[in-house]
Design a protein around this ligand. Structure first.
Ligand SMILES: *Cc1c(COP(=O)(O)O)cnc(C)c1O
Length: 475
């Protein structure tokens, strides 16, 4: 049974019966009273439960099956981390509570910041930003404050390679910088000559996504760092893809001055679904005094909040998405240093296993091994059969897996980008490879079946433009 909860409504039906209010002697000003009764559905508890359970079954998540959405890290997160974040000592606190009553929470924040500094090779860190892009903006604000403080206001340009995540140029522009785009080489790496000619005394920083959005680790990273630093600029590392490198290499050791992480990709908070995220920013000592306030400090065994000397201010209310931080802390502590490294090693191994399983069937635009994700190009398939990357993606839904990322990165035509993550078994990867090859074969034998796909879902092919412009959310 589907339909709207309102369709199931019967006047007078109730979930819980509570006695009517027998308190007298209070009055609510007329301005605050409703003129009419609220239009709420009236249903019994069992109907309510069934309604939402049935709706949840129509949604596809990582708890349902394989979800290889690239540039997203849709990995399975251990339930023990959720358990930790549900502990009452963490949930039943108020941000305005006296500091001596929440010492344990501050200790947890301090521990997490310490672990993340260790993992990234940074000296100081804020947990306040609520997402990756927010972290980028925060880190660029630190860089801007640092340059302004030194009187280097002529440094207005941010260099952003074309293989960066789309949020990078957006954050740079939001922060008031001018974006200078530099191209990639045919093997998907930053063009070092282009970088050399772009840097100068107007360079504020280089923003580097590494591994980049085609799943490549840039081997020349130390040369970039030297080139930019020699020119007086700073280096910012987009660490949203840390799932590929944690425990193995550290942005701080590569020469980077600031980094953001996505706890909602790498550190045990589900990505997607609109839930809270967290984009902590780590920095080297020279940027620490600009960090958002407050930061947790410890003196004589007591934790307190302090304002860094030249803080850029707050970027979010209070202390960030605290419970997301607790999940990250639980994740790091349960895995330990070895487990963290192993998670990355397996993420890279799984991506390479799937890439190699597909190499003979699909066109793979970049040679060699990948990091945590890889890209297929379906340009030739489209030419030969009229079946597009989008058709194949929709065909995969009928074959039991969530579509990969489509038409991204923009530098590959008819792109499908897959990120299997470390939490998938070899059997699941084999199943996915079979599904992809099966869809590819169908493109040649029965292309119409893919133009019609998906046929196994409640909704098949909405008109994509109309669906965005005029969404009907209750069918
Ligand atoms: C996901 C991602 C971001 C943006 O993170 P949000 O939390 O979605 O804002 C930035 N950079 C890279 C490389 C990413 O993969």
């Amino acid at each position: 049974m589907s339909g709207l909860i309102f369709d199931k409504s019967k006047a007078g039906r109730r979930c819980a019966v509570i006695p009517s209010c027998d308190i007298t002697g209070y009055s609510i000003p007329a301005d605050y009273l409703r003129a009419e009764k609220a239009e709420l559905p009236e249903v019994a508890e069992v109907d309510l439960v069934r309604h939402y359970t049935n709706l949840s079954r129509k949604a596809y998540g990582v708890d349902n099956g394989f979800y290889p959405l690239g540039s997203c890290t849709m990995k399975y997160n251990p339930k023990i981390d959720e358990d930790a974040a549900e502990l009452r000592g963490f949930t039943d606190v108020h941000p305005l509570q006296p500091i001596n009553t929440v010492q344990g929470c501050l200790e947890a924040m301090d521990m997490l910041a310490g672990f993340l500094c260790e993992i990234t090779g940074m000296d100081a860190l804020t947990l306040q930003p609520a997402a990756g892009a927010h972290g980028e903006f925060t880190a660029l604000s630190l860089i801007k404050a640092y340059l302004t403080d030194r009187g280097e206001t002529g440094r207005t340009k941010l260099i952003v390679p074309d293989s960066a995540h789309g949020t990078n140029p957006a954050s740079a522009a939001m922060c008031g910088f001018t974006v200078v785009n530099i191209p990639s080489t045919p093997d998907g790496l930053v063009d070092i000559e282009a970088l050399k000619s772009a840097v100068g005394d107007d360079t504020a920083a280089l923003m580097l996504t590494n591994p980049n959005t085609v799943g490549k680790y840039d081997r020349n990273i130390e040369t970039f760092a030297k080139t930019v630093h020699d020119a007086g600029g700073l280096l910012y590392y987009d660490g949203a893809n840390l799932n590929a490198i944690m425990g193995i290499v550290r942005p701080g050791d590569m020469g980077f001055d600031a980094v953001h992480l996505n706890l909602h990709k790498t550190f045990a908070t589900p990505h997607g679904g609109g839930g809270p995220g967290s984009g902590p920013v780590g920095c080297k000592a020279r940027l620490a005094k600009y960090l958002p306030r407050p930061v947790v400090t410890k003196n004589d065994g007591t934790y307190s909040f302090e304002t860094p000397e030249k803080s850029v201010g707050m970027v979010k209310s209070f202390y960030g998405n605290f419970l997301v931080c607790i999940k990250a802390l639980a994740y790091i502590m349960t895995l330990g240093a070895e487990g963290i490294r192993e998670a990355s090693e397996n993420a890279v191994l799984n991506a390479n296993y799937l890439q190699e399983s597909l190499r003979d069937s699909f066109d793979i635009p970049f040679d060699g091994p990948c990091m945590h994700e890889f890209v297929l190009s379906l340009e030739r398939l489209k030419r030969e059969t009229g079946v597009t990357a989008s058709d194949i993606a929709k065909g995969l839904i009928d074959r039991g897996i969530h579509p990969p990322t489509m038409y991204f990165p923009l530098i590959v035509h008819e792109a499908l980008m897959l990120e299997p993550t470390e939490t998938e078994s070899r059997e699941t990867l084999d199943f996915a490879a079979t599904a992809l090859k099966d869809a590819l074969q169908a493109a040649y034998s029965d292309p119409d079946s893919l133009h019609r796909a998906p046929v196994t879902t409640p909704v098949g092919r909405p008109d994509e433009t109309a669906a965005v412009r005029n969404p009907i959310l209750k069918a």
